[in-house]
Each structure stands twice: as C-alpha cells, then as structure tokens.
Design a protein around this ligand. Structure first.
Ligand code: PLP
Length: 429
C-alpha cells in the first residue's frame, strides 16, 4: 500500500506501515540516508530543486529522505497535509509561531504550557518584539476573545498541559480561532496522534516534542510540525503566504503549494535560515519509536490509570491529577477527546510540602529521577525545583505547578512492580 491508500487504515497500522514505502528490491525498513548532500546530473535539475519545483533533496539542512519518510508518517497519523521535522520540540514550536509572526505582532497563549515553551513565549519572543498574552485555558470563550487583537497571529495551546494535565477544550478553542481568523496551534506531545488527533477537531497546526512518546525510548531529540491544510491563508491577514516572497525569488506559497503553503514556507524560510534540522539518525530512531506507538500508548494509559487510582486512595497523598480519574476537573473533556486513554503522565501532591515530595523522589528504586516524560521506563520529577523553577510563584500556580507536586511519567513495566516502588517510597515520608 502507498501512503494515500494507508489514509483509509487505522492509526495502529499507519504507525507501522506509513511513511517509508519500499520499492521492488529495496530495504524493507526505513534506511538512514547519512549524507549531507545529493548528486544531480544537470545544472537544470539542481536549479529546479532550488526553485522548489520538484520535491527532491539538495542539502540535508533543508530536507533529507529519512526526514521526509518520518514526516510523511507523522502527517498521515495526525491527518495533516504535510509535516516538517526539527532538531527538537522547542525548535518546532519556535518555527510554528515565527513562520507567521514578526516584531510588532502578538500571539495568544495559554498559562498551562510546558515550562520551556512558557519561557520561549514569555521571555525570548518579547525580546524579538513579539508580544504574548497568557490566558487560562478554562477562561470562558467570550472573555478570551477580548484578548485577541488585530495583530494577533495565532492561538497556542497544549492538548494535555505539561504538567497540570488539563485537557484542552478543542471545540471551544477552534471556534475562537475560527472567529478571529487566526490558526489554532496545538502541542499534541502528551496524547500523541494515537490518543488524539487535534486536526480532526478543528486545530490547524499540530506540534510535537518527538523526544517524548514518539521516540518513546529516551534516545533521540526531535520535533515535528504538522500542517492541517485546513486554514484559509487567503483571508487577507497573511500576506507572507499569499504574496511574492522576495527572499525566495518571488515565490507565492499559497499558489505553489496550495493547502500545504504554511509548512512549505517554514522549510523555505526558517529551516533554511536557522537550520534546526533533525539528524537522519534521529529520524530513524523516532520512526522506530512510532512503529510501536499504538501498543505503548495503550499500556502507558492503562498503567497510568491504575497508578492514579492507587494514589487517589493513599493516605500520604493530598491530591492526584489524571484526566482518566473520575472526578478529575478534566474527566468530561477526556471522555470526549481522549476516549482511548489519557496517556502516561500522572501528577500528585505529597502531604506535607516540597521536602516530603523530594523525600519520595529520593526513595524510589525502580522508578528513576530524570528530566523527561514519555519514556517506556517510569520516571519522576519535582517540577517546582526543576522544569518550572524559572517561573515566579504566581506563574507557577497558573501553570498548575505546586511545591508538593511530583510529576510521574508512568512507564510500561509490570504494574505491580511500579506500584510496589511507589508504595515503599511513600512509606519513607
Ligand atoms: N512540548 C512539551 C509538551 C514538552 O513536554 C516539551 C519538553 O518537555 C517540549 C514541548 C519541548 O520539546 P524538546 O525537549 O524536544 O525541545
């Protein structure tokens, strides 16, 4: 089957079969094309490649077959018209926003974002002249709309906030973005396309830290941007996509690439000029991770559900957040948007405070202390003193981070062994 035919298959099949399709006598598994450059016979052939007339590689900063195969697979899984891989999730987020934003313009973002994204938006983008307003994702739609300005370029959200674990109300956010005629960009790192496909619910652009569940083995940094192909760039607000680009000899992206104009512009612009490109080896590793994504996400979700239920009845635990837990503030939204499971991250507060939470972390034996989520191994971290320590107290609370909080990335080990380790660690407090 080719990638077009695979559009009619289930996502568990796309994870395995999508992207690289071998021809007769070619390698069955996706090759690593470890070459920075590509050979052409005639000057006209390379000129056509530089003119973006044919989708063919010329220099690996701008594209490489291994990256293209992974991009095709992830675009297929997310239901987009095209994708672009980057060196990290942070690079993907930066490119996704800056592809359509410049100094003097504005973006609307949520308060509950991953700490690194919060710093990128709250500190780095303002230094580049871009204003960012943070609003709480649960703010009523009518109130949220009042924060949209004529120069607002996009709305940026996380599908499952890291680490607050609020499930995004996609219908609400997509309606606000549609009315404002700006694209809705959704970070889908925690659910992955196996558990949720935001484009099908009205998101326009999806970004990922592929470093997390897509890789799944804690071996490769990477990011991905997926273009839903469902935004009308011809609405008069995005001349950078609909009028000639002087930096690309007059190319008009919307004319040359139709619904995939946005993703083509990132490759021709920011990727070319800034060069945070994924390495072919990392594309190979992330592709390998994607092949087992469906079974891993099922098991991560099952284990995390059991961990959340166990913690909820533990007398050393003050509170638990997991969208699959009945009574969780995001339970109803999770039933709607994450019907197959709520992914592998659980957060909980240890009775006492930061010292007690750190004591639990100091006592784990099987679970390990690392700065990561989405690995097949179980990990814990204390966000207030690590991933979110750059935020002041008010921003920390807004981001859903508390002094006694532990973020638990539940792995796919045997659930009894995971629970036994949690039990003995809590007993030390
Ligand atoms: N988005 C989310 C939700 C994340 O959790 C992270 C990293 O933890 C990122 C983006 C950044 O990705 P990366 O570490 O691959 O740059």
């Amino acid at each position: 089957m080719n990638n077009d035919e695979l559009k009619n298959t289930a996502i568990a099949t796309q994870c395995i079969q999508g992207g690289y399709i071998p021809g007769n006598g070619e390698a069955r598994t996706m090759p690593i094309v470890q070459s920075t450059t590509f050979k052409y016979d005639k000057a006209a052939d390379l000129a056509a490649a530089f003119n973006l007339e044919v989708p063919t590689p010329m220099y690996s900063r701008l594209g490489n077959p291994s990256l293209s195969w992974l991009e095709e697979k992830i675009a297929l899984m997310e239901g987009g018209v095209g994708a672009l891989t980057t060196a990290s999730g942070q690079a993907a987020i930066f490119y996704a926003v800056m592809n359509i934003t410049k100094a003097g313009q504005h973006i609307l973002a949520m308060t509950n974002l991953y700490g690194g994204t919060h710093t990128l938006f709250g500190s780095t983008l303002p230094k580049m002249g871009v204003e960012v307003t943070f609003v709480h994702p649960e703010m009523p739609a009518e109130e949220m709309k009042t924060y949209i300005r004529p120069e607002t370029r996009c709305i940026y959200c996380e599908m499952l906030g890291n680490p607050a674990l609020d499930v995004l109300d996609l219908d609400k956010m997509a309606a606000i973005a549609r009315e404002a005629q700006v694209p809705l960009i959704v970070d889908n790192t925690f659910p992955t396309p196996y558990l949720c496909q935001p484009i099908k619910h009205g998101a326009n652009i999806v970004v990922h830290s592929a470093t997390k569940y897509l890789d799944g083995h804690a071996v490769a940094l990477g990011g991905v941007i997926v273009d839903g192909g469902n935004f009308d760039w011809n609405n008069g607000k995005y001349p950078e996509l609909t009028t000639p680009d002087v930096d690309y000899h007059g190319l008009v992206y919307s004319e040359a690439f139709g619904p995939a104009a946005y993703i083509a512009k990132i490759r021709a612009g920011l990727l070319r000029d800034v060069g945070a490109t994924m390495s072919p080896f990392n594309a190979f590793l992330i592709n390998l991770g994607c092949e087992t994504l469906a079974v891993r996400m099922q098991r991560h979700s099952e284990n995390a559900q059991k961990v959340a239920e166990y913690l909820a009845q533990h007398d050393k635990v003050e509170w638990v957040r997991y969208p699959g837990l009945k009574g969780d503030p995001s339970y109803e939204l999770a039933q709607k948007y994450l019907p197959k499971g709520c992914s592998g991250v659980v957060t909980f507060g240890v009775k006492g405070g930061a010292a007690e939470a750190q004591k639990v972390i100091d006592s784990i034996k099987l679970i390990t202390l690392v700065t990561h989520v989405g690995d097949l191994r179980s990990h814990m971290i204390h966000p207030a003193s690590t991933t979110h320590r750059q935020l002041d107290d008010a921003a920390m609370i807004e981001a859903g981070v508390y002094p006694n909080q532990i973020r638990f990335s539940v792995g796919i080990e045997d659930i009894d062994d995971i629970l036994a380790d949690v039990e003995q660690a809590l007993a030390q407090v």
